[in-house]
Design a protein. Structure first.
Length: 421
C-alpha cells in the first residue's frame, strides 16, 4: 500500500510507527519545502514536489531573476545559431499550474536550528525541508588581476543572461584580424566541455565575420572533456584559428590587466580585443553562508542528495561534491528528481525507490556537427559512481553527427519543459 499522509491517518496504524515529519505535519498543517535557486536543479525539484504531492506539501521557490537564461545552449547563441530569446524561461507556469509560491528575492542566510531562510528583502521563510541549488560562484583571486568588478571588461559568461550577451557583443565588435583570449578554468567546474564548445562557436562566428581573427586558450589543465573530438573539429572546420596553451607551456600561470586589456601568459604579454575569463569555481555563496561546504563544494549523500552536514537540507547540481557526475544541467535535473522523491517520502510517507542518475553532455562544433559524452550513475556509501558510459568517436560520418545535434535540440526542449512545466 502506498503510505501517504492521508492514507496513513485513515488507517489507524499504531502511533509508534509515526515518523517525526508526519507528527510535525499533523501538528502544524501542511509540511513546508523551501527551494533556493530556480535553475536546472531547483526548478525541477520544486515542480516535481508540487506535482507529485498533489497539494499535500507547500512549496516555496526563492529565485531573484524573473527570467532564467539557460547557460546550456548559450554557446549556440554566441555561434549565431540561436537568438537570446531561445534561452529565456519564466516562472509563471510553476506558480499558475503547480501552485508553487515563487518569491523573487535572494536568500541571504539559513538558520539551521530555527529552520528558516532569511531574504534580502527582509523577513524569513520557514521550512521542514530545504533544497539548495544555487549553482556556482567564483573563487576569489583565482585569476590575478580579475574580480567581478572586471566582468564588464573581461566577461566570464559562465552565468546565464547579460554576461552571455556582453561576450557576444564584444566578439561581434572585434577589429578585423583581432584576438580573442579565453582563460580556461581548473577542474572541477560547471560543464566540462562548455569552454571548448564555446571556442568552437566563437570560431564559427569569426570564420563567417572575421576570418583572420585569432583565438587563444590559456588552459591550466593537462587535458579536457572530449578533447580528441574538439581538436579534430577545430582542425577540420577552423584550421589555423585556434591555439591552446596548456600547462606545460605556462597556460596555468596567467594574470590579466582589465584596464590595459592584456593577458600575461607565463611572462608573455598578449594584447587582446576580447578576454573571456572563466575563473575557478565553488558552490553558490548561500551554501557557504549556511555552513554546508567542505572547502569549495557542498558534500552530499548520493542516496538522496541530502547534505552530509544537515539531514533537513538537500543540495543539488553544480554546488555539490557528490562523486563522478559532471556539473551539468542534465545532472542537476537528474539529482533534483531523486531529492524530490526523498523529500516527499520523508514528509508524506510516499514510496522512495533506489536512486539512479544519468547525464549526457552534448556539444556543437560546427553546423550539424554535434558530439556527446554521457554515463549512468548509482550511489554507493562513498559517492555517486559511474556504472556505464559512452562517447562520440572521432571520424564519425556526417549523418551521425547531424543526428547527435538533433538529439541535443530534443533534449533542450525536454529539460526546459521538465523544469518550468
Ligand atoms: C557555456 C555553458 C554551456 C553549458 N552547456 C550545458 C549543456 O549543454 N548541457 C548541460 O547539461 N549543462 C550545460 N551547462 C551547465 C549548466 O548550465 C549547469 O550545470 C546547470 O545550470 C546547473 O544547475 P544548478 O541548478 O546547479 O544551477 P543554475 O542552473 O545556475 O541555477 C542556480 C539558480 O540559483 C539562483 N541563486 C543563486 N544564489 C541564490 C540565492 N542566494 N538566493 C536565491 N537564488 C539564488 C540563481 O539566480 C540561479 O537561477 C553549461 C554551462 C555553461 C556555462
Amino acid at each position: 500500500m502506498k503510505l501517504n499522509r492521508r492514507a496513513f491517518m485513515g488507517t489507524g496504524v499504531a502511533v509508534a510507527t509515526l515518523s517525526a515529519p508526519m507528527v510535525h505535519a499533523a501538528s502544524h498543517g501542511k509540511p513546508k519545502v523551501v527551494v533556493v535557486g530556480g535553475g536546472a536543479g531547483g526548478a525541477t525539484a520544486a515542480r516535481y514536489i508540487a506535482k507529485d504531492s498533489a497539494g499535500e506539501i507547500d512549496v516555496t521557490l526563492i529565485e531573484p531573476s524573473r527570467s532564467y537564461y539557460t547557460c546550456f545552449f548559450s554557446n549556440l547563441y554566441i555561434g549565431g545559431f540561436w537568438e537570446i530569446e531561445n534561452l529565456a524561461h519564466s516562472y509563471g507556469k510553476l506558480a499558475a499550474d503547480y501552485g508553487i509560491n515563487v518569491v523573487h528575492d535572494w536568500a541571504t542566510g539559513v538558520d539551521r536550528d530555527a529552520k528558516t531562510v532569511a531574504l534580502a528583502g527582509g523577513g524569513s521563510v520557514p521550512y521542514d525541508r530545504l533544497i539548495l541549488s544555487p549553482g556556482i560562484d567564483f573563487v576569489d583571486g583565482a585569476v590575478p588581476g580579475w574580480d567581478v568588478s572586471a566582468q564588464n571588461a573581461m566577461p566570464h559568461a559562465y552565468k546565464g543572461g547579460s554576461q552571455t550577451e556582453l561576450l557576444k557583443a564584444q566578439i561581434m565588435a572585434m577589429p578585423e584580424g583581432g584576438t580573442y583570449v579565453m582563460v580556461a578554468p581548473p577542474n572541477p567546474y560547471r560543464c566540462p566541455p562548455g569552454p571548448y564548445e564555446r571556442i568552437s562557436m566563437v570560431a564559427h562566428q569569426l570564420k563567417a565575420n572575421n576570418p583572420t581573427a585569432k583565438i587563444i586558450i590559456a588552459d591550466p589543465k593537462e587535458s579536457f572533456s572530449k578533447q580528441a573530438l574538439f581538436e579534430e573539429g577545430w582542425q577540420k572546420h577552423y584550421s589555423g584559428m585556434v591555439t591552446r596553451i596548456g600547462p606545460d607551456f605556462g597556460g596555468g600561470n596567467v594574470t590579466v590587466d582589465p584596464a590595459a586589456m592584456t593577458v600575461d601568459i607565463d611572462g608573455e604579454v598578449v594584447k587582446a580585443d576580447v578576454v573571456n575569463v572563466i575563473p575557478a569555481q565553488k558552490a553558490g555563496l548561500i551554501c557557504e553562508a549556511a555552513g554546508l561546504t567542505d572547502g569549495n563544494w557542498a558534500p552530499v549523500d548520493g542516496a538522496s542528495m541530502v547534505s552530509r552536514m544537515d539531514e533537513n537540507i538537500h543540495i543539488l547540481g553544480d554546488a555539490t561534491n557528490q562523486g563522478d557526475m559532471p556539473k551539468s544541467g542534465y545532472s542537476a535535473n537528474s539529482q533534483a528528481k531523486v531529492a524530490a522523491m526523498a523529500v516527499r517520502g520523508a514528509l508524506t510517507g510516499s514510496r522512495v525507490f533506489p536512486a539512479k542518475y544519468s547525464n549526457t553532455c552534448w556539444s556543437l562544433i560546427a553546423t550539424d556537427d554535434g558530439v556527446k559524452v554521457g554515463a549512468a550513475y548509482e550511489p554507493n556509501e562513498e559517492k555517486i559512481a559511474s556504472v556505464s558510459s559512452f562517447v562520440s568517436q572521432t571520424g564519425e560520418d556526417e549523418a551521425m553527427r547531424k543526428a547527435t545535434y538533433e538529439e541535443s535540440i530534443g533534449w533542450y526542449e525536454g529539460i526546459t519543459t521538465d523544469m518550468f512545466g
